[in-house]
Design a protein around this ligand. Structure first.
Ligand code: ZN
Length: 345
């Protein structure tokens, strides 16, 4: 089968690899019908040191179950499923608490030893009963793009909003205009935010954010952005910040635009040594929360809004490519020529 392998920063190849197969009785084999490239894939694309065997890439997919191991009970051949970016047993203390990204037997696709990537024709799913969510629709329907976002970006944007304590009447800022930030706008609106300020500067993304419910746009950087947000919020800043970037300047901006007593939901993978501006976070009683989103928990709640068309997260995909064009997809996303690239293997 064809699969995506990254050998070093900037070196992504699609190669023939041994077919994915059931290894453990709790595995399922899924034929990938749609996968995609994530903003977080751009971090190794920028800084992965040379590796001899490369890293299998991709952690977002929907697909059809081709086979299950002897120990799988809930998922069956022919099911159309979402694969959350983390696998989980569904049965440990953390899974029961709805935090599958801390599952004691779990891990992350495209990172964990012996687990493949989703930018491929097929993938082995460990702990299939706990991991996979069976969809109640056909694999070829009009909703595939939005269903694919349940694998990561919509659930992650929602997690940012939940951990930033977005609620009815709140003033919200979203730092970052990538697919997760845009899904954060959807999530904030869905949870009843009164004002949603997007911090971003790409015209195509800003236009989409406005359609998703952003009420204000702040395109400056650093102190200029902080001043602008304060001006838009009566001088105090916002109740909730959804931080979807993961850099130190983005986190610093997030702290400085949070009003006293507010909260920051971090979902951008942090690439900084410590939380900046710790003193203001203390004196302003700011809650800093967030982390890898337990998207498996959120699928059931978000799905009805997708099935009934109330949210259209699939609009973040602005390019569709075949499996052999995946290296071009990485280039397009790295150059910000595409918001998010869908792969149709
Ligand atoms: Zn678990």
């Amino acid at each position: 089968m064809r699969a995506t392998i990254m050998y070093r920063a900037g070196d992504v190849r699609v190669e023939n690899v041994p077919d994915a197969a059931i290894v453990h009785p709790t595995d399922a084999l899924v034929r990938v019908t749609r996968a995609c490239i994530c903003g977080s894939d751009l971090w190794p694309y920028k800084d992965l040191p040379p590796t001899e065997n490369g890293r299998r890439m991709g952690h977002e997919a929907i697909g059809v179950v081709e086979a299950v191991g002897a120990g799988v009970r809930k998922v069956k051949k022919g099911d159309f499923v979402v694969m959350p970016f983390a696998f989980s047993d569904g049965d440990c203390a953390f899974c029961h608490e709805g935090l599958q990204t801390s599952c004691v037997h779990g891990g992350f696709f495209g990172f964990s030893e012996g687990v493949g990537g989703a930018q491929a024709e097929a993938i082995r799913i460990p702990l299939a009963d706990g991991t996979l969510f069976v969809l109640p629709v056909r694999e070829d329907g009009a909703l595939v793009a939005s269903l694919l976002t349940l694998s990561d970006v919509m659930g992650t944007g929602h997690h940012a909003a939940v951990t930033a304590r977005v609620g009815r009447g709140k003033k919200v800022a979203v730092v970052g205009d990538g697919a997760v930030g845009l899904c954060g706008v959807i999530a904030a609106k869905r949870l009843g935010a009164e004002q949603i300020i997007l911090l971003g500067r790409h015209p195509d993304r800003i236009a989409l954010a406005k359609e998703f419910g952003a009420t204000d746009i702040v395109s400056g950087r650093g102190d200029e952005a902080v001043e602008h947000v304060r001006k838009l919020t009566g001088g105090f800043g916002v109740h909730s910040v959804l931080e979807s970037v993961g850099t130190e300047p983005a986190m610093l901006t997030a702290v400085n635009i949070t009003r006293p007593g507010g909260a920051i939901g971090r979902v951008g993978v942090p690439h900084y040594p410590g939380i900046p501006a710790w003193e203001p976070t203390f004196y302003k009683n700011i809650t800093i929360s967030g982390g890898p989103a337990p998207v498996r928990t959120y699928i059931a709640g978000l799905l009805p809004d997708i099935l009934e068309g109330r949210i259209q997260a699939g609009r973040v995909f602005d390019r569709v490519i075949g499996i052999d064009e995946v290296p071009d997809g990485y280039r397009a996303m790295a150059k910000r020529e595409a918001i998010k690239v869908m792969v149709k293997p």
